[in-house]
Design a binder for this molecule. Structure first.
Ligand code: SF4
Ligand code: MG
Length: 335
């Protein structure tokens, strides 16, 4: 069966004064119709760059896709004409950015900003588009939309502004919405409301959502499947249920340990010691090796292939190679 979006062996590099940074180093995953997939990892792991590549927003001339394919509904976006790409990226795939203030035009009424996309991609009158803007504001939970449609962005609170941004993203009835840290700029109670909204819209509109986040709490709240990235590669992927209940990669174990517990007792965050590798000179082997308490000799020498568990669950780690010592033995030996 055909996935809505397939990323296959994507590689994105950035030219800097020091040399070429290999920000994304052969990333593959997919998003099916009607599902929410979270790409999770620390800053600099390549998750935002992956989203930019899908949206055609890798900043030229320094950044460029050097290899791989991005296929949407069976068509390779990266091989299309600029015009076709714009058509897909405005109407079929849309984006919700982290900071609603920079995503909105401060000098234009929100209703007009919503209507613009509709008029650009669909043959409807301005009046029709205005009506649709009011409906969209209502759909994203903005009270009194008939009045609010004529307000400017600064007249909304941060959370309401992000709702407006989501309304704009939905204006053309896209099949896929990409949301890059959509709640990071908001305070905690508002974050939860925006996640609830995205979840409701995803269900009601049978949308596919690709959410980019550093926050496992966000993943747990909203996603069906997750893709864990580290140093420009995918280290683990699977259903949220499988990865949370049986994480298979030492980096994911570290992420889980650093997850603050929400069950009453305040727990300290345990950060993973050390820093990710320099992607100007990416390591030949497993990029997590310098920080991994289970690292073996082979880990530095060779990149592990993904090991497959049940369902769609995979992890790229030598510990799952049949020749590796058993994890229990390593733990017992005090590693
Ligand atoms: Fe640790 Fe080796 Fe697995 Fe990398 S491949 S996570 S270094 S055990
Ligand atoms: Mg980012």
């Amino acid at each position: 069966e055909q996935h809505l979006l397939t990323i296959d062996n994507l590689k994105v590099h950035f030219k800097t004064y020091e040399g070429e940074v290999q920000a994304v180093r052969g990333v593959s995953f997919h998003v099916d119709k009607g599902e929410t997939v979270a790409v999770v990892g620390e800053s600099g792991c390549g998750k935002s760059v992956t989203a930019q590549a899908i949206m055609g927003l890798v900043p030229a001339p320094h950044g460029r896709i050097v290899d791989g394919q991005i296929v949407f509904e069976g068509k390779e976006i990266t091989a299309m004409s600029k015009k076709e790409q714009l058509e897909i990226r405005g109407a079929q795939i849309s984006m919700v950015f982290q900071d609603p203030m920079t995503a909105l035009n401060p000098t234009m009424k929100v209703g007009r900003q919503i209507a613009e996309g509709i008029v650009r991609h669909h043959r409807v009158s301005r009046e029709e588009a205005h009506k649709r803007a009011i409906e969209l504001l209502r759909m994203v939970g903005i009270p009194d939309p008939e009045k609010r449609v004529d307000h400017f962005p600064h007249q909304f609170s941060g959370g309401m502004r992000q709702r407006v941004v989501i309304a704009i993203a939905l204006a053309c009835q896209p099949k896929l919405v990409i949301a890059d840290e959509p709640t990071t700029a908001l305070d905690v109670t508002i974050q939860a409301q925006i996640l609830d909204l995205l979840k409701r819209l995803q269900k009601e509109q049978r949308l596919s959502v690709l959410i980019i986040t550093h926050d496992l709490g966000v993943v747990a709240a909203i996603a069906h499947r997750m893709v864990v990235m580290y140093a420009g590669v995918v280290v683990e992927t699977g259903s949220v249920q499988d990865v949370f209940s049986h994480p298979r990669h030492p980096y994911t174990w570290g992420l889980m340990r650093s997850l603050p517990r929400l069950d009453g007792e305040k727990q300290r965050l345990v950060p993973i010691e050390g820093a990710p590798p320099d992607l100007l000179h990416p390591p030949k082997g497993c990029p997590f090796a310098p920080r991994c308490e289970f690292a073996m000799e082979i880990c530095d020498r060779q990149m592990p292939e993904p090991a497959v568990f049940g369902g769609s669950h995979q992890a790229a780690c030598w510990l799952h190679d049949p020749r590796a010592p058993r994890i229990e033995e390593l733990v017992a030996a005090g590693r």
